[in-house]
Design a protein around this ligand. Structure first.
Ligand SMILES: [Ca+2]
Length: 327
């Protein structure tokens, strides 16, 4: 008999204003919206929300005799750790299946420009829905090369934190090596546009065994094109056969440097593995370009090409423009 501990996807979110609970919610999206309303109604107050998990132990066989659940005890002490309110969260449960995210969002965040990305139910990390990104040698209309990309806009910021879960396909195979065959993973750029500074792009390179390493390139003051920071922390093994069929939590933290100072950074984690760690980076935009980020995309163009139909799924997206306490 193998007991299994389950602690995700249960419980509720509680919103506090100056330590007093003001509301409870079943989804994080509702908690964020309630927190933002509370901030507007109580300027200067400390607003936060928590997520209380319900932990269950399940046995394979025989099924334990269920016991009637007792009424919950009064709130335990001490309080659970607080969660910094993201700018926007999306679990993709609020959209029709097959829907494309274009001009959807809140709080200044908007999903735009989906390309072979739609709301789907084949796999979900939360609830029943996620975003499916489709790749393959042919598009449904017979044209060659299908690839998925979901763009987004957010209020201009020098520093941004992004978290999402990505499900690595069972048939994941990173074809062809070297930088010319990189596959995009997460890109951010500023008001001057995608191909202008400032721009930061996390991307995967083939590792020769079907898996991928992951690293970052970005613009810098004196060279308009994106370049790879040549530092030891820029990249390492990221995706291998053991990750096929699994959800990985991607977290990225990017800060643009102050002009003339090397105080920018790019970091990316998969689960708790720090894959990209580029601190003390001079990555500010040159004169003539605003030194802020305001646009991005998830996944995106595969220079290495996927040789067969290969679907990625993304769920539980969050973005912060104030420090969430990690990164
Ligand atoms: Ca979901």
């Amino acid at each position: 008999m193998t007991p299994k501990l389950t602690a995700e996807g249960s419980g509720y979110y509680r919103v506090f204003v100056d330590g007093a609970e003001v509301s409870r919610h079943t989804t994080e999206r509702e908690a964020v919206e309630s927190s933002l309303r509370a901030l507007a109604e109580h300027p200067g107050a400390a607003v936060r929300y928590t997520h209380d998990y319900v932990v269950r132990v399940e046995a394979d066989t025989p099924a334990p005799t269920p016991k009637p659940e007792p009424e919950p005890e009064p709130e335990p002490q001490p309080e659970p750790p607080s969660v910094v309110t993201p700018l926007f969260v999306d679990d993709f449960e609020g959209y029709p299946v097959g829907g494309k995210l274009s001009n959807h969002g809140a709080n200044g965040f908007r999903w735009v420009g989906p390309r072979y990305v739609e709301v789907a139910t084949e796999y979900a990390r939360s609830g029943r829905r996620s975003l499916r990104f489709r790749y393959g040698p042919y598009e449904p209309n017979g044209d060659t090369h299908m690839w998925g990309e979901q763009r987004f806009l957010f209020p201009a910021a020098r520093e941004v934190w992004i978290e999402f879960y990505v499900r690595i396909p069972e048939n994941y195979y990173h074809n062809r090596g070297n930088s010319s065959y990189n596959n995009k993973f997460l890109a951010l750029w500023g008001p001057s546009g995608y191909s202008q500074p400032p721009a930061v792009t996390f991307q995967t390179w083939a590792d020769g065994n079907g898996g991928s390493t992951l690293n970052v390139c970005r613009t810098e003051p004196n060279r308009p094109l994106e370049h790879y920071p040549r530092v030891p922390g820029n990249g390492g093994p990221a995706i291998d056969a053991s990750h096929r069929g699994r959800w990985l939590r991607a977290r990225a933290h990017v800060r643009l440097s102050d002009p003339g100072k090397a105080n920018g950074l790019e970091r990316l984690w998969l689960d708790d593995r720090l894959i990209v760690d580029v601190p003390n980076d001079a990555n500010e935009a040159p004169a003539g370009h605003e030194n802020v980020l305001c646009s991005g995309y998830l996944l995106g163009y595969d220079n290495g090409r996927f040789l067969e139909d290969t679907d990625f799924y993304v769920d539980d997206f969050r973005i912060w423009i104030s420090d969430p306490g990690w990164g």
